[in-house]
Design a protein around this ligand. Structure first.
Ligand code: PMP
Length: 284
């Protein structure tokens, strides 16, 4: 049984209990981060912690993340669960005001902090060699997708819609342009140029996105940060998605159109290798 972290304590998962009045439960009033673990080490930790603080600040949840303390909790969970490969989920909610009310509780209401591990193969997966199929689905999420909130119902519905249409994931489309995947950032490659939507409130600022684009630039690859349409994606040479646990995952089909050769492409493959190499060197 997993050992999880709840508000300062390490407890077996079935003993971790939170209030029915928790704002996370009643209002999806909380934020989260997912950090990947490879060989028992955390990848991109500082980036995730910085984004966590930004998400909290944007929602005016008054909590100062202590990076060293948070790292110690992550490490402790890796240790206690003997986690070699997988993820650590971290959620912070606006806490439990003791009743339901739209207005925020007083600022000194303690936040709820939950961390738990998931064991999962992330290196050398079948997806890496087989690729994924996606379909496009209208992006009906709220307007602040740059904040990593636990309000994940629409991405979940879109994922189920994709599965019902025989695909693995959905690429979300707003005003005729792809925003991102349900839980990843989206990319196409055309004539050697990598195209991915520019940062704004329309997408999550992926930690993996930042690192992968840095890798691309260090390899002198051309990068264009701009919106692209599903039609442009159908005609691309290659497509892929990035996320903390998927690194770069090849996309081989979009809305039934085979992308490029229908096999994982060389640009995504190269970026995946370099991303892993660089991030494993810096893993903590
Ligand atoms: N976009 C969305 C909507 C996501 O949920 C995620 C993963 N949480 C990403 C992009 C990728 O972000 P990261 O690289 O930080 O995992």
């Amino acid at each position: 049984m997993r050992i999880v972290y709840l508000n300062g304590e390490y407890v077996p998962e079935n003993e971790a209990k939170i209030s029915i009045f928790d704002r996370g439960f009643l209002f999806a009033d909380g934020v989260y981060e997912v950090t990947t673990v490879v060989d028992g080490k955390l990848i991109g930790f500082d980036g995730h912690i910085n984004r966590l603080q930004r998400s909290l600040d944007e929602l005016k949840i008054s909590f100062d993340v202590d990076t060293a303390k948070m790292l110690a909790i992550h490490r402790e969970l890796v240790e206690r669960n003997n986690l070699q490969e997988g993820m650590i989920y971290l959620q912070i909610t606006r806490g439990n005001p003791g009743d339901r009310d739209f207005a925020f509780p007083p600022e000194d209401t303690p936040v709820t902090i939950v961390l738990f591990t998931q064991t999962k193969q992330v290196v050398g997966t079948a997806v890496e060699t087989k690729g994924l199929k996606v379909v496009t689905v209208e992006d009906l999420r709220w307007g602040r997708r740059d904040i990593k909130t636990v309000q994940l119902l629409y991405p979940s519905l879109a994922k189920m819609e994709a599965k019902s249409r025989g695909a693995d994931d959905a690429w979300l489309v707003q005003d005729g342009q792809v925003t991102e995947g349900t839980s990843n950032n989206a990319y196409i490659v055309k004539d050697g140029t990598i195209i991915t939507r520019n940062l704004s409130n329309d997408i999550l600022h992926g930690i993996t996105r930042g690192s992968v684009l840095e890798c691309a630039r260090s390899l002198q690859m051309k990068v264009e940060e701009r919106p692209f349409s599903p039609q442009e994606a159908y005609e691309a040479d290659e497509a892929f998605a990035t996320s903390a646990s998927g690194f770069t995952n090849p996309i081989i089909e979009i809305d039934g159109h085979t992308v490029g050769t229908g096999k994982p492409g060389p640009v995504g493959d190269k970026l995946r290798s370099l991303y892993l190499e660089e991030n494993m060197k810096a893993a903590v």
